[in-house]
Design a protein around this ligand. Structure first.
Ligand code: FAD
Length: 519
């Protein structure tokens, strides 16, 4: 069975001659998806060039698809961020006399026919878009390229989201890497050997003023509100707006501030959840308000070296973290079955998970009785973001201590994260549950107490997110009931641990072993 990316590539190859012969009519269209920025946007730049060469206006378009939100489990906080970003993008484009047409199409299956209608209305025969690597999107784009070409519309879909496009890195025997470290060595070598990969595209050229008159209606459209089931409460919306201001300017500002101030200490501070030691840029990468190229290049340039693996250690480490994002997207493209609820390692398909819904509920509510786990879950509930160290701790706790199906946690994360990204989330869960690509070995089981003492030694993070425990002093914060603070915890309504780690660990080891042996 061909991979979805192969379907798209062969659709592009098969229609190449037809597409080349399609003449530009009255306008060229860029279709925004998860690339909500004007700077360093490959497809937008190509669309702009096409329009400029033909002397016609560029029109930008975004389709709001409630069914896509459902299918992708998009968190309300993420929908809110995207809609806010569209507002910023619309204003920025309008300054260049480029309209951004935003329209809601209720049913996903109607999107292609609606685009055809719009393009006919606008007299446009060229549609540009950046490639998205999820299975449904690749398949849809493959169909679109073929069916549109048959209707005299050229669809150009290009790589943009990764620094190194998927498929370019191969092992010595021509295979896809399944282990990060050699993949990363190859990634660095490839970027050094192909400096154009870090060349940034210019923003779109302005339209001539006549576009404002001709397409006046398009300038007037409003950004729609979130669908009812994705609406945030007023309080949550206010908080999110303050913490995660939308749009590419905010992304660039944050990147620049991080590179000026915090990146040097990244290696040292990135595991301490109480510190602002990481960039907090994930929402921007996930929504495309920041390109990975811009991020890596900016960091590299601060290092006063043209190399990605030299100079300041914090900068090198940060670049290697941004590369994880590429890694997981490459994995998704090469092994698309990870998109289909299957573990990357099929030999882990037979583990008997517990499906204890009471325990799952306690995990989701931040009421497991393990303060570091609960603080992290409450952080996610409160702001839609969780520190990476804590993502690893709570994921390991769910899959190993509770022996709950890791896919329940994966889904729950997507439903609540502002930076929810299928490939990174799936990769992170696969790593923590030891069923993914380059995972933690199954017998290495995080001890939540040791993690808590090591990475939140003074309990600052725990106290911030669990008000019930604020009165507890010293090391008792890590396990109040076992360290003489049980009375206080109980009076404040904080629960006892729902499992005992040592026993849970033994149970997990036995279940993983049994699952493996049953193959
Ligand atoms: P920084 O430490 O500043 O890193 C910079 C950027 O590098 C991040 O913004 C992100 O784009 C990328 N990055 C860093 N670490 C990773 C990683 N391990 N995997 C992939 N990319 C990485 N990240 C998401 O963007 N979306 C998710 O849905 C997501 N789910 C996760 C689920 C689990 C169980 C785990 C363990 C990790 C998950 N991550 C996810 C990765 C990581 O936790 C976040 O990217 C990071 O916490 C974001 O904070 P930051 O921007 O301050 O990161």
């Amino acid at each position: 069975i061909p991979r979805p990316i192969e379907l798209l590539n062969s659709a592009l190859a098969a229609t190449s001659a037809v597409r080349k012969n399609i003449q530009v009519q009255d306008a060229v269209v860029h279709w925004f998806k998860m690339d909500l920025r004007t700077s360093d946007n490959r497809a937008l730049f190509l669309a702009s060039e096409k329009a400029r060469e033909a002397g016609v206006p560029l029109i930008a378009m975004y389709i709001v698809s409630p069914q896509d939100f459902e299918a992708h489990l998009t968190a309300p906080v993420r929908v809110d961020f995207m809609l806010r970003t569209l507002g910023v993008l619309k204003e920025d484009l309008a300054k260049l006399d480029i309209p951004l047409w935003v329209e809601t199409v209720e049913k996903r299956k109607n999107i292609p026919s609606r685009i055809v209608e719009l393009m006919k209305d606008w007299g446009a025969r060229h549609l540009f878009a950046n490639m998205e690597y999820e299975v449904d999107e690749l398949r849809r784009e493959a169909d679109l390229v073929r069916s549109f070409a048959a209707n005299g519309i050229a669809v150009e879909v290009v790589h943009d989201t990764c620094v190194v496009p998927p498929g370019q890195l191969k092992t010595g025997t021509g295979k896809q890497y399944a282990v990060y470290t050699p993949w990363f060595r190859s990634w660095i070598g490839h970027v050094h050997g192909n400096p154009d990969l870090l060349e940034l595209s210019d923003g779109p050229a302005p339209n001539s003023g006549s576009a404002r008159i001709r397409f006046a209606k398009l300038f007037e459209c409003q950004i729609p509100p979130a669908p009812d089931n994705k609406k945030l409460s007023e309080e949550d919306a206010k908080r999110s707006r303050a913490l995660f201001p939308a749009g590419e300017h905010e992304a660039l500002k944050r990147l620049s501030k991080f590179c000026d101030a915090d990146i040097s200490g990244y290696g040292k501070h990135r595991n301490i959840p109480s510190m602002p030691g990481t960039s907090n840029l994930s929402v921007h990468f996930a929504s495309g308000t920041l390109s990975a190229r811009t991020a890596v290049r900016t960091a590299r340039d601060r290092n006063n070296t043209k190399k990605l693996n030299g100079g300041n250690e914090g900068i090198q480490t940060w670049i290697s973290e941004v590369a994880w994002r590429d890694f997981y997207k490459h994995v998704l493209v090469h092994w698309p079955y990870v998109c289909m609820n299957k573990p990357f390692k099929p030999e882990y398909s037979n583990i008997e998970w517990s499906y204890n819904m009471e325990q799952f509920e306690a995990w989701t509510q931040g009421k497991t009785g393990y303060p570091i786990v609960d603080a992290a879950m409450r952080q996610m509930h409160s702001i839609g973001w969780m520190h990476n160290r804590c993502r690893m701790i709570v994921a390991s706790f769910l899959a190993k201590d509770l022996l709950l199906d890791w896919r329940m946690g994966e889904k729950y994360f997507m439903e609540h994260l502002i930076d929810g990204d299928f490939a990174s989330n799936n990769g992170g869960w696969g790593f923590a549950a030891s069923v993914g690509v380059d995972p933690q070995p199954y017998f290495r089981i995080f001890n939540p107490l040791l993690q808590s003492e090591k990475f939140d030694p003074d309990g600052e993070y725990i106290r911030k997110w669990i008000p019930e425990l604020r009165g507890i002093e010293g090391k008792a914060i890590h396990e109040p009931y076992a360290r003489g603070a049980g009375g206080l915890a109980q009076r404040a309504g904080y629960p006892r641990p729902i499992v005992e780690h040592k026993g849970a660990r033994e149970r997990a080891l036995a279940a993983y072993k049994k699952g493996l042996e049953s193959n």
